[in-house]
Ligand binder design. Structure first.
Ligand SMILES: [Zn+2]
Length: 273
């Protein structure tokens, strides 16, 4: 199940996932183009000459996630995974940047110490359902239950470490009903601006080149990675070095303290499990 990951063809139900026709299939020529661009000289556009670590953005709602040119948010889905996640953390530490990890409830439950380590090292931890289910294929209540079960399992695995009410739809497959329900329940839905497609059987260099190319085209955005693949572990140090060289900054995303109404109605249903 986990190996299927996000590799399933993406449903085009996500408005944030509007893609150019060339995204439909990664052909040899597209990859060559991406590789060629990476080997070209530095672009003239350098956003800032400082460190890679950018500002901290406190968000209470999805609409609060507004990036300036040159700013990126790093997100890692589907973990935590022994043998992979720690190496991701080490690479992030070397550049002093913080990411957001959208964990599966099943993976966090199986690896609670690893889940806690991610939070202890200053990263933001949210959820991604319990079992990586395509929620658009479930009934409304079953989908909400799956989300709540994932949230509860990740929060439980974290113990006393902080859990963020941040959520990402598996396969980016959502419905208007589910999205509205989450937003009304004080959940922050993390969309994807730049899909690294690190779940394809490409080399680390190809993944890095493709991601940088899309970032250059957009200028900023939320980047999707997975901390369950060796190629992601392999590409991350070089990718971060390139981000720094090009003057990007990595924004740390953290939840704003809950308001007087407290946590979400979705979580309140978790007692059913
Ligand atoms: Zn996923």
């Amino acid at each position: 199940m986990l190996f299927a990951g996000c590799a399933k063809p993406i449903r085009h139900t996500d408005i944030a996932q509007a893609q150019s026709p060339t995204d439909e299939m990664v052909t040899g020529s597209v990859l060559q183009t991406a590789s060629a661009r990476l080997s070209q000289p530095m672009p003239q556009r350098v956003f800032n000459a400082g460190s890679l670590a950018g500002r901290t953005l406190e968000v209470a709602a999805t609409a609060d996630i507004i990036l300036r040119p040159g700013e990126v948010i790093l997100t890692f889905d589907d973990g935590p995974r022994p043998g992979k996640t720690v190496q991701i953390l080490d690479a992030l530490d070397r550049y002093g940047v913080k990411a957001t990890f959208l964990m599966l409830g099943s993976a966090a439950k199986a690896n609670p110490a690893l889940a806690q380590l991610v939070a202890k090292r200053g990263h933001t931890v949210g959820s991604h359902t319990y079992d990586h289910v395509d929620l658009a294929g479930l009934s409304r209540q079953a989908a909400l239950n799956e989300i709540a079960r994932g949230e509860a399992a990740v929060a439980d695995a974290l113990g006393n470490e902080d859990f963020a009410p941040f959520f990402r739809f598996p396969y980016l497959s959502q419905t208007g009903y589910l999205r509205t329900s989450l937003l009304q329940g004080d959940m922050v839905v993390l969309d994807v601006d730049i899909d690294s497609k690190d779940y394809y059987k490409d080399s680390a260099a190809v993944v890095a080149a493709r991601t940088l190319e899309r970032l250059e085209a957009r200028g900023s955005g939320i980047i999707l990675f997975h901390d369950i693949h060796q190629r992601t572990v392999d590409m991350l140090p070089g990718f971060l070095a390139e981000l720094e060289a090009r003057g990007y900054s990595v924004v740390r995303l953290v939840p704003k303290a809950p308001g007087m109404f407290g946590r979400s109605v979705i979580t309140a249903q978790a007692g059913a499990f």
